[in-house]
Design a protein around this ligand. Structure first.
Ligand code: GCB
Length: 598
């Protein structure tokens, strides 16, 4: 019934670049909420959606006065409790911990819309399906729990008080992205920032300003205007690099450019140099901070600014283990990335879905390379066309959002997807799509290994379409017995490309000690890291690792009452922020690799 993205008020615009750089009114804060497990705010007693009623009235979204008798009276937002936005709902009330379904949110705000301006209602992310209403009218819907979306509400705003209502539904469904089965908590709600952005009638919708593919001496990109005067001039300036270039878009509002540069300080983890960049057009001026670096693969090497690099990484979920719940603020994000830095990382894998834009901006600032992923995880409905479109849309939105971030070097199209012909077609199309949107970065996916006795085999023809051979390999936890057994195993990797191991690891309950052959102890986990490092070093093309995972994280699949209690314990840091022994084992490896690749 619903398209992936329906904007009832008007067609969906280009996903706006750099929302933080705009004139924005934040709607963050406390929103009233109503839990709606029976969907009574959406369907009437005959299960007909209120949405379709001719008057557009009814349901929980209609907060107008003077209701008629067909409307719901058995609710009251004003008297309802509140939830913080941005944040998941699960961590905010005991009865919401395991809740999956719909919750209605309501916020009031005041604004004086100016004539000749455009207003976008912007959401950083809502998990999973959002129905958005403004002043009693439907604005649109969106699917996908980790990517931003916005609606043009210029014609719908009142001068003075306005009411926005959001139905957020995190019901898991087989045909969605992700599907019903994952190993993370299905945190629901308005998990990222909400803004109203005020823009000029003709505005800078999007831009890309990056080094050209394989060329350290040329900055390339495009700008895209939307609005009636979309062929007015645009000036891109980077004062620190002595660049100022004016372009005039064609009828579609876009203009591309290519600017030779003589001298540029390149962005890298050791020198995360960001240039002040401004883009101006008409009366509008947007500022950004952009780094310039190149990334490419040559043989089995990964070249960063032309120099071979070893990716000293760690996998991270978008979850604060200490509270716990989704990362809510820049402070939360800094804490996670600082822990990665303490491990001596130069790289992070933001698994298994798009993380907050702020996280990627911090990685830019702190000098951490990034693997960015979409939630094409495990057993997706490979033959469903809508499912594919959904995956492609989420991938596009991720790439559109983060394409100016120097930190991002890999677009990952999925994780541990089981071999089959339909899956191959699905994943190959995604890889092709990623390249069509951005040819300046690497494309990869976390693949699986197969075993034949002591042989650990990587043979997945999808790898032919990828730039890195990346796979998850759980020797010492899911197979192989005690950690020291790993020494008997050997690899058979069919593809001669840089190998970046996306996962290995073992569960350990922080503070639980024993010998290295006792499962769940810190000593077992430490021994897995020690033996894995020795094992992985035998791969000639090994160019990086992102073990699983920085911190313990919540998962409904992890039910051992003594050791897990709904926590996946593969973290190197516990839910109390305590570093386990394996943390230091990995750091030792990374210190060694740092010296080797100096
Ligand atoms: C994996 C998955 C990851 C899980 C992990 C585990 O291979 O990619 O999402 O959490 O294994 O702990 O089993």
């Amino acid at each position: 019934m619903l398209g992936l993205f329906a904007n009832i008020a008007g067609a969906q615009q280009t996903l706006i670049q750099n929302i933080q750089g705009r004139k924005i009114l934040s709607l963050n804060g406390r929103w009233n909420y109503i839990i709606d497990p029976y969907e009574m705010g959406y369907y009437d007693y005959r299960h007909d959606p209120f949405d379709q009623s001719a008057s557009g009235k009814g349901g929980f979204y209609d907060d107008r006065k003077g209701k008629d008798k067909t409307e719901l009276i058995e609710y009251n937002f004003d008297l309802s409790p509140t939830l913080k936005v941005p944040a998941d709902w699960n961590s905010q009330a005991d009865k919401l911990e395991f809740y999956e379904g719909s919750i209605w949110y309501r916020q009031k705000f005041s604004i004086s819309p100016q004539s000749g301006k455009k207003y976008l209602l912007y959401f950083g992310a809502v998990n999973y399906e959002a129905h958005v209403y403004l002043n009693g009218k439907k604005v649109g819907t969106h699917k996908g729990g980790f990517t931003p979306f916005h609606f043009d509400v210029s014609q719908m705003l009142n001068n003075g008080e306005n009411t926005v209502v959001v139905k957020a539904d995190n019901t898991r469904k087989q045909d969605e992205i992700p599907t019903i089965n994952t190993d993370w908590w299905n945190y629901g709600g308005i998990t990222r920032d909400v803004y109203v952005a005020e823009l000029p009638e003709t505005y800078i919708a999007d831009y890309k300003i990056q080094l050209a593919k394989g060329d350290l001496k040329k900055i390339e990109g495009f700008v895209k205007l939307e609005g009636p005067a979309r062929n007015q001039e645009v000036t891109i300036s980077i004062p620190g690099a002595g660049i100022s270039r004016t372009v005039r878009p064609g009828a579609d509002g876009s203009a591309s450019f290519s600017i030779p540069v003589k001298k540029l300080e390149y962005w890298s983890p050791t020198n995360p140099k960001l240039y002040d960049v401004s883009i101006s057009s008409g009366g509008e001026k947007i500022s950004d901070k952009i780094g310039f670096r190149s990334i490419e693969v040559r043989g089995q090497d990964i070249l960063l600014n032309g120099k071979s690099v070893f990716l000293r990484g760690i996998s991270i979920h978008d979850e604060n283990p200490l509270i716990p719940g989704r990362l809510r603020s820049q402070g939360d994000m800094r804490m996670m990335l600082n822990w990665a830095k303490e491990l001596n990382c130069n790289y992070v894998r933001l698994a298994h879905y798009p993380h907050n834009e702020e996280m990627v901006r911090l990685a830019d600032e702190m000098g951490l390379l990034v693997w960015a992923e979409v939630p094409v995880y495990w057993t997706i409905s490979w033959e469903n066309k809508d499912t594919y479109q959904n995956a492609e849309k989420q991938l596009s939105d991720l790439i559109v959002r983060d394409k100016n971030r120097a930190s991002v070097i890999v677009w990952s199209i999925g994780n541990e997807t089981p071999l089959s012909e339909p899956r191959y077609r699905f994943m190959s199309s995604l890889a092709k799509h990623a390249r069509s949107l951005d040819d300046t970065r690497l494309v990869s996916a976390a693949l699986e290994v197969h075993r034949n006795d002591k042989e650990v085999i990587v043979n997945d023809s999808l790898a032919v379409n990828l730039d890195l051979v990346s796979f998850n390999e759980y020797g010492g936890w899911y197979w192989g017995g005690v950690p020291s057994n790993l020494s008997a195993y050997y690899f058979n990797i069919k593809y001669k490309k840089p190998v970046v191991i996306t996962e290995f690891g073992a569960d350990a309950l922080a503070g639980f000690h024993g010998d290295e052959n006792t499962r769940w102890t810190e000593e077992w986990q430490e021994a897995v890291y020690r033996n894995q490092v020795t094992f992985l070093k035998k791969i000639p093309g090994l160019r990086g690792t992102t073990p699983w995972i920085l911190t313990d994280f919540r998962s409904p699949r992890r039910q051992h009452p003594l050791y897990q209690d709904f926590w996946n314990r593969k973290g190197l840091i516990s839910e109390q922020g305590k570093k386990k022994k394996a943390f230091y084992e990995l750091k030792k490896f990374y210190d060694e690799m740092e010296l080797k690749y100096k």
